[in-house]
Design a protein around this ligand. Structure first.
Ligand SMILES: C[S@@+](CC[C@H](N)C(=O)[O-])C[C@H]1O[C@@H](n2cnc3c(N)ncnc32)[C@H](O)[C@@H]1O
Ligand code: SF4
Length: 445
């Protein structure tokens, strides 16, 4: 049924497209915020820091390199104002948070004092559960700072997350990664001593010039470190600059491995991570604790076909989901700060409502590999598609659940998109078309 992988991985659904605050659905969304929250849900609070020490060559995220504390300060002051504005909204006053995530970018670039002010403001303005899962994402060099680690530990942060990507030092330099492997090891050692419950790292395979043997070497190094959890992604190439592709053609830059290597490397990663004692908890996440993190569960609707969990977004380019709408804040930090300084909420794009809200649970269930059968909406389209998945060996039914098979797990982005409601599918198709025309001279996605 499937021959090539969909080039976009969706973390937010429904898709955000509407930009006019004066007309529906954007205006309806704004009205929702001004009214009490109609029903209790499990919630995540996500705060975004869009700055990095250097820009990694492969990175598709909206980050800026600005090594300037005064730039960070202006941004932090804007965040503090946004936190207060959000905390006054009747809808948000009805929310309690099970998890808080400082993401980026590299939040560890801020000063310890700035980070302390943000933690205090979050606690003052939002109802955060006493045993909430707090995660702080950073860049390994910044996370070596003992003062920062001590502040995070004293604030009840359970999880730390940082990117290693590969242990191959020359490849790291080629990819313009700021930290060294030694930074990553030092951060781990210091954090372990302070008792963080979950030290999570990001890794990638299918990187330029990588062979199966190179991925195997990374896996061996990873095994020696004993991290609590690992987000292991295959590298996507669409954000790479044109000059890099020209270099690949000329042979002055390591080449992207042949397409057929990607699934082979994926299988190797899966097998070896299991041998190292990790559970494959979601699409790209391996963890020693079979529960995985609250962060991903809440971000993707509540997990295993559940659709109601909500995310409140804070900061430039942060994205959230409230009362059936997903939404995105203004992308770039400067206009974001200006909006806040004018006293405006920085919401920039809003989705429409789904025809059936349970469709969100269906779209995200593949990331968790299974859903209870009684969560599956009984519309003909969903049923026929899922029956087809079972018939073709991508999924099986048993013990009241629908579960992806190993073959199904290799096609999660495709199954996800095929479960989209039709209007959402149209938006997805137009995005892929745009992406392909934009990058057509660089790479076959
Ligand atoms: C938003 S970044 C934040 C992490 C942190 N800034 C760092 O790199 O240390 C999260 C992760 O996305 C992954 N990532 C970045 N670019 C990618 C790409 N082109 N393809 C696949 N994964 C990518 C990396 O593993 C990265 O650590
Ligand atoms: S450090 Fe992380 S967010 Fe920053 S450029 Fe690199 S991958 Fe992107």
């Amino acid at each position: 049924m499937y021959e090539s992988l969909v080039p976009v991985t969706h973390h937010f659904y429904p898709l955000q497209r509407h930009t006019d605050p004066e007309s529906a659905p954007f205006s309806d969304f704004l009205r929702v915020l001004d009214n009490p929250k109609p029903q209790a849900t499990d919630n995540l609070l996500y705060l975004h820091i869009p700055y990095c020490e250097k820009r990694c060559t492969f990175c598709p995220f909206h980050v800026r390199v600005k090594r300037d504390v005064s730039v960070y300060e202006r941004y932090v002051v804007a965040l503090l104002r946004e936190i207060e504005m959000l905390g006054r909204l009747p809808y948000v006053q009805g929310m309690t948070f099970r998890a808080v995530y400082f993401g980026g970018g590299s939040p560890s670039l801020l000063t310890v004092e700035q980070i302390g002010r943000l933690y205090d403001a979050l606690r003052r303005n939002f109802a955060i559960e006493a045993d909430a899962e707090w995660t702080f994402e950073g860049e390994p060099a910044g996370l070596c700072n003992p003062e920062l680690l001590e502040l995070l530990a004293s604030q009840g942060t359970k999880r730390l997350s940082y990117g290693i990507q590969t242990f191959d030092e020359p490849l790291r330099m080629t990819m313009n990664i700021a930290a060294t492997v030694q930074d990553a090891l030092t951060a781990n050692e210091r954090a372990k001593k302070l008792g963080f419950e979950d030290i999570n790292v990001d890794m990638m395979y299918y990187m330029p010039g990588q062979t199966l043997a190179a991925v195997e070497r990374d896996l061996q190094e990873l095994g020696n470190c004993g991290f609590d959890s690992v987000d292991y992604y295959y590298m996507s190439y669409y954000a790479m600059p044109k000059s890099t592709f020209l270099g690949m053609e000329k042979g002055t830059y390591p080449r992207r491995p042949p397409a057929e290597m990607r699934p082979q490397m994926g299988r190797l990663v899966q097998r070896r991570m299991k041998e190292l004692g990790y559970h494959h908890v979601t699409d790209h996440v391996y963890a020693k604790n079979p529960q995985g993190s609250e962060y991903y569960r809440l971000l993707w609707g509540g997990g295993f076909g559940e659709h109601r969990a909500e995310t409140l977004a804070v900061g430039a380019s942060a994205r959230g989901y409230l009362n059936g709408y997903s939404y995105a804040n203004t992308l770039a930090p400067d206009p974001y700060v200006e909006q806040i300084e004018e006293g405006k909420l920085p919401v920039n794009k809003v989705s429409a409502l789904l025809e059936d809200p349970r469709n969100r649970g269906m779209v995200f269930f593949p990331k968790f590999f299974r859903t209870a059968l009684d969560r599956i909406p009984d519309d003909a389209r969903t049923r026929v598609f899922l029956d087809n998945l079972v018939e073709q060996g991508y999924a099986i039914i048993g013990d009241g659940e629908l579960r992806l098979t190993d073959k199904g797990k290799e096609w999660i982005p495709n199954i996800t998109v095929d479960l989209f409601e039709d209007p959402q599918r149209e938006i997805h198709d137009s995005w892929v078309e745009e992406l392909e025309s934009h990058y057509s001279n660089r790479v076959t996605l």
